[in-house]
Design a protein around this ligand. Structure first.
Ligand code: G
Ligand code: MN
Length: 235
């Protein structure tokens, strides 16, 4: 097995906050795997190409589930713990694996949200069925990097989606009229379909002010929290 799967990486957590009437509450954390001394996205890409991502993903899930009670103790019972999963991991055994590990570590799957990036095509019937299986286990499903991928409206229509994470590219370009208008549409869409919506890569207060006006209250980004490997340091 690729040695990166068993060592050489650390799980960082980045907080996701909700800001309402000036009050900031941490409502979630995203688990982010970081490899020592190497560029993480390129390693993930290689693991996907070799299908080693299946085993690596299991190691990540096991590590995060082992942290579960520490996270809940720090942030409370309603915390949403997001884990990135590649569609390649979503084979027919994945649901059973999650259930087994959740039982081992006494994890309430209602606290877990799997982030599936729409930059990877998830067209196959098997993947769609397996996402439904996860949802039926109580896991939340989120579409990561929303707005930059393929047929996002079809995913929303056919998959049990709970959350949209608006790609940082949109948040960065919020001053441009078209981006602003598109985010307004995403806010309306989320409202209409009763979806949670999170703005990624929030770095500036002016972005928060605009997002608040659009009715988007949940943020992830350096303005509020940097990914940290030391849970105790997260305030
Ligand atoms: O695709 P996904 O959203 O899961 O990627 C998360 C990545 O984005 C992490 O590597 C994280 O470090 C990075 N990130 C998190 N917050 C910010 C931010 O405010 N600005 C930028 N540029 N990157 C961020
Ligand atoms: Mn993500």
């Amino acid at each position: 097995m690729n040695s990166l799967i068993t060592n050489g990486f650390t799980i960082y957590y980045q907080e996701i906050v909700k800001v309402c009437e000036g009050k900031i509450n941490t409502i979630g954390v995203e688990a982010l795997a970081r490899f020592d001394n190497v560029d993480t996205p390129s390693v993930i890409k290689k693991l996907e190409e070799s299908y080693d991502i299946i085993d690596f993903g299991k190691t990540v899930i096991t590590t995060v589930f082992a942290d579960y009670h520490r996270l809940i103790a720090q942030y409370g019972n309603d915390l949403i713990i997001s884990i990135n999963v590649s569609p390649i991991q979503l084979d027919h055994e994945f649901g059973a694996f999650c259930k087994e590990v959740s039982e081992k570590y006494r994890v309430n799957l209602g606290n877990i949200e799997f982030e599936i990036t729409e930059s990877v095509i998830i067209e196959t019937q098997e993947v769609i069925e397996n996402i439904w299986t996860l949802s039926k286990l109580g896991v939340r499903i989120s579409i990561d990097d929303f707005g930059t991928g393929f047929s996002s409206m079809k995913y929303i229509a056919e998959l049990p989606v709970d959350t949209l994470k608006i790609d940082g590219h949109f948040i960065m370009n919020l001053k441009k009229t078209k981006y602003l208008q598109i985010i307004e549409c995403i806010a309306n869409l989320s409202n209409q379909l009763n979806l949670r919506v999170v703005a990624e890569h929030v770095e500036h207060m002016w972005q928060v002010e605009t997002l608040q006006e659009l009715g988007i209250h949940e943020y992830q980004g350096y303005l509020y929290s940097k990914p940290s490997s030391n849970l105790i340091l997260i305030s």
